[in-house]
Design a protein around this ligand. Structure first.
Ligand SMILES: Cc1cc2nc3c(=O)[nH]c(=O)nc-3n(C[C@H](O)[C@H](O)[C@H](O)COP(=O)(O)OP(=O)(O)OC[C@H]3O[C@@H](n4cnc5c(N)ncnc54)[C@H](O)[C@@H]3O)c2cc1C
Length: 384
């Protein structure tokens, strides 16, 4: 299937080599296409959305149960990548979703679990206290425990995709930036920091930078996030054997999450509520102001985590207005595929979204029902 044209013409160019671009490159190259991947920074750099040592994966999706079929496939694909790469990419710990019984999190998880027959247990606050020493939850709260949840190791996942893509013939260029793209009858022309390239297919996986290539197609908003790591001081209750990954709804629109200590401390963060800005100008230093809400949460809900954080990082969410992904062909040119999969929850899907991106790029359709993630939905809404 490889292109017969000259060296600068490609069957597919993937822009971005974070979680989504790396998986897309892997999937396209394994289908026999001649693929070039452009990444403006280095492998596993810390300026985008895919770094930070750990990510949560779970199945009973409170955000929207329509994600569950994709998640089932994502779990299988992560396991396939593990066996192909010989690396540990996913560790199951179970997941604990805590909050008021009538809250968005608990009702959403239960709705999803019931709709898709996902095994789960509902625990009272005292059952949580008895079983999971790390947490203190309110008497008016409960928890849903899901066995299948766990931790992905993002840097390892991306490295495994890149290695696999290269093995299948993909050329991955770090330190090369796409400046602009243009459709023409004969192909898609790309001007990169290294010259002009032509491709039959373009797949935009540029995370928070996607908006600069999409005009008014997607109203994307880039949000700064700051996760922290706290010393577990050798306490067993923070190990992955005893502590599940968790999400905690600690009040209306106040969601925190955490990941047990896999060697770097226990990770805790607030989700959303961060500064909005441009990805190239985002504030990278971490201040006491960033720490305050997380510190308050830890003191209240994880009181055995003592002392100041031992590490932190800044990371970017790329939000759509409804916080669902935008995935599919560009409405103005079906040779261009757009994968904007973040809104704070995209990593776990990377393994399946690479397959979906390859489906759109090669067949202009996919077997998955992604109607709720259509890229054109916001443009249509704003013009109606
Ligand atoms: C703090 C934090 C915690 C998270 N926790 C979870 C979680 O627990 N579970 C979960 O499922 N998801 C989680 N997410 C979301 C998830 O990590 C993201 O959805 C996912 O990593 C997005 O990957 P991406 O490839 O779209 O973006 P990125 O990783 O940012 O990749 C985009 C890449 O494109 C490159 N690029 C941009 N412009 C150009 C250009 N012009 N030319 C060439 N290259 C370019 C960038 O340098 C970048 O490397 C979290 C996100 C954050 C920030």
């Amino acid at each position: 299937m490889a292109s017969e044209a000259g060296a600068q013409r490609w069957d597919a160019i993937v822009v971005g080599c974070g979680a989504i671009g790396a998986s897309t490159s892997y999937n396209l190259a394994r289908r026999g296409l001649r693929v070039l991947t452009l990444e403006r920074f280095g492998l596993n750099h810390e300026l985008g959305s895919s770094h930070g040592k750990t990510r949560i994966i779970r199945l009973a999706y409170y955000e929207d149960s329509r994600y569950v079929p994709l998640l089932r496939r994502a779990f299988d694909s992560w396991r396939e990548l593990e066996s192909k790469s010989g690396k540990v990419l996913l560790e199951l710990t179970g997941g604990l979703m805590m909050g008021k019984p009538e809250g968005e999190l608990v009702t959403g998880v239960l709705g999803s679990a019931k709709a898709h027959g996902i095994p789960h247990r509902v625990l009272t606050s005292s059952e949580v206290d008895d079983e999971f020493e790390a947490f203190t939850i309110g008497e008016d709260m409960c928890a849903v425990h899901e066995e299948s949840a766990g931790i992905l190791f993002p840097e390892e996942c991306i490295r495994a995709f890149v290695d696999g893509a290269r093995e299948a013939g993909c050329e991955v260029r770090f330190g090369e930036k796409m400046n602009r793209w243009r459709s023409s009858e004969s192909g898609i022309e790309i001007e990169s920091s290294n010259g002009t390239l032509t491709t039959d297919r373009l797949i935009l996986c540029a995370g928070a930078w996607n908006s600069s290539f999409l005009g008014n197609l997607l109203p994307l908003q880039c949000e700064r996030q700051v996760p922290f790591w706290f010393s577990s001081n050798g306490q067993k209750c923070f190990t992955p054997q005893e502590m599940p990954v968790f999400i905690f709804e600690d009040g209306p629109s106040k969601f925190f999450y955490g990941i047990p200590d896999v060697g770097h401390g226990t990770k805790v963060a607030r989700t959303h509520g961060g500064e909005i800005g441009e990805p190239d100008n985002m504030r990278r230093e971490v201040t006491e102001e960033d720490l305050a809400p997380v510190k308050g949460f830890v003191e209240h809900r994880l009181p055995m985590l003592k002392g100041p954080p031992i590490a932190s990082t800044t990371c970017l969410y790329t939000n759509t207005p409804d916080l669902n992904f935008a995935v599919g062909m560009h409405p103005d040119d079906p040779r261009v595929t757009v994968i904007s999969a973040c809104s704070g929850h995209g990593f776990k899907f990377a393994s399946v979204l690479g397959e979906v991106a390859a489906d759109f790029a090669t067949e202009r359709k996919t077997k998955y029902d992604l109607s709720f993630l259509e890229v054109e939905r916001f443009r249509r809404r704003s013009s109606s």
